[in-house]
Write a protein that binds this ligand. Structure first.
Ligand code: SF4
Length: 473
């Protein structure tokens, strides 16, 4: 992972820039319209936050309740400590049932555990069936947005990709491209021995898994093959079935601005005797993979409230410039900046908590009101403390600079002396009220933008003069 390098490359990519602005602008406008039209939107967000806070604080109890109720409905529950264990559980289920091909609906958790590569290494074919995921699987890439995985691709890119990988003529109309994908995928659904999905929510009270989508591919994935495996992060829980009446509108309106999504599947166990269709086996894999560690940290625990709507990405001035691939892993945008370092280990993603202007646009749109600036500052502090402990020169210099700064600004006489000295010292670089081309290390600032010069008559001096003349106090 190299956020600085990859984001610089993304900013220089004109095609990516226009794709990012087009799509995120559309999502932003739709979310704004939907939230404006929903009475008491802010109160609903507050209630959702309280429910998630309560659920995460009692996660152990609700997970056991979920397990009991899934079993009661005839499903099987598996616990996966990490990505490898989760992959092995799913591969084992496939092998025991002689499965040769798997259809998948969109799931960030399966991306997180690298399931496709794991299945392929085990000799099992995995086919993504969400259109965006299908496109990026053909391209050999990873998703660049939580709900719009191929946001970085233009219509022209997709036409070329289909022509190259599927051997179809170049076609420019989205309807034609969708038709090609649909025809290919129908056969995959019918031939698959197993369907793998994620889960938007798991309801402890009833053992129900909830999947929200617009294409119908998740419903086919979970009903056509004889086995359905759902992979769910342990934080995706809701205590009661009735909570869905709050969370479903919040999720859908924050994500796409729709009043409701086209398909909402509520899955409680496998097919019953009287059912006409549905899988004969239902497995729920509960994934930890670092989440317990987040749960243990009271300062950053609220990262687990996320319901993966993607609104924070669409509204983040950084994501809108650098796109999803710059974040180097599955989750991108503001949620990626807080969750990736915690799931991967902060040493593997130390740049991400700094990939934010702390403007708070993400917090303002988040349906569960995650306080991003607070969590980001906490993570930044951890990164800096670690660097200091390991004796990294830049971190030590930064700490010394801030100590020096504190000493100056908390002592009036020293502060005034520093201002006087700066006024003289800045003269070789001062042009029209700003400083340009300062020497290293200040050049790291002035290479990109001007630095305001210290005023020739600082505010304190002006104030004292006004004061002496009997001006405002
Ligand atoms: S952090 Fe909030 S806004 Fe971002 S994806 Fe999660 S729920 Fe949505």
């Amino acid at each position: 992972m190299n956020f600085e390098r990859d984001s610089a490359r993304a900013v220089g990519d004109k095609k990516l820039q226009s794709a990012l602005i087009n799509v995120t602008d559309r999502f932003r406008a739709a979310r704004k319209r939907a939230s404006d039209e929903t009475p008491g939107w802010d109160d609903l967000r507050g209630r959702a936050r309280e429910i998630k806070k309560h659920t995460i604080a009692h996660l152990d109890e609700y997970l056991l309740e979920l397990e009991r109720n899934v079993r009661k409905a005839g499903g099987r529950v598996h616990w996966a400590r990490d990505a490898e264990e989760a992959r092995n559980i799913i591969i084992d289920i496939a092998r025991r049932n002689g499965v040769k091909s798997v259809v998948k609906s969109k799931s960030m958790a399966t991306e997180e555990i690298g399931l496709n590569d794991g299945l392929e290494a085990a000799g099992i074919r995995a086919v993504e069936t969400d259109l965006g995921e299908y496109i990026i699987q053909l391209a050999g890439e990873h998703p660049s947005h939580i709900i719009a995985p191929a946001i970085h691709k233009t219509r022209h890119d997709i036409s070329e990709l289909f022509a190259e990988k599927l051997g179809v003529p170049y076609m420019s109309e989205p309807q034609e491209l969708t038709k090609v994908a649909r025809e290919r995928l129908r056969g995959e659904f019918l031939g698959a021995g197993m369907g793998v999905s994620g889960a938007n929510f798991g309801v402890a009270e009833t053992g129900t898994i909830v999947i929200v989508e617009n294409e119908g591919n998740a419903r086919l994935t979970t009903t056509v093959p004889p086995i359905h495996v759902a992979l769910m992060g342990i934080e995706k829980l809701l205590p009661r079935f009735g909570d869905l009446s709050l969370f479903l509108p919040l999720l859908v309106r924050s994500a796409t601005g729709q009043k409701t999504s086209t398909y909402i599947s509520l899955i409680t166990g496998p097919r019953r005797d009287a059912d006409k269709d549905g899988p004969r086996e239902f497995h729920l894999v509960l994934l930890d993979n670092g989440r317990s560690g987040i749960l243990a940290d009271r300062e950053t625990r609220e990262s687990l409230y996320c319901i993966r709507c993607g609104a924070c990405l669409n509204n983040c001035p950084v994501y809108r410039k650098v796109g999803g691939h710059s974040y180097g892993w599955v989750y991108s945008g503001p949620i990626g900046t807080i969750i990736n370092p915690q799931l991967m280990g902060i040493d593997r993603a130390p740049e991400l908590p700094f990939a934010s202007s702390l403007c708070g646009a993400c917090r303002d749109v988040c349906p569960v009101k995650i306080d991003f600036p607070k969590v980001l500052l906490e993570l930044r502090s951890k990164v800096v403390t670690r660097k200091e402990k390991t004796g990294q020169a830049a971190a030590i210099m930064e700490a010394l600079s801030f100590r020096f700064w504190r000493a100056v600004v908390t002592h009036r006489r020293i502060y005034e002396l520093a201002l006087r000295l700066s006024r003289h010292a800045q003269r070789p670089w001062k042009r029209g009220g700003v400083l340009r081309s300062l020497p290293y290390p200040f050049s790291r600032w002035t290479d990109e933008r001007d630095f305001p010069a210290v005023s020739e008559t600082p505010f304190r001096e002006r104030w004292r003069k006004i004061d002496r003349k009997g001006g405002p106090r």
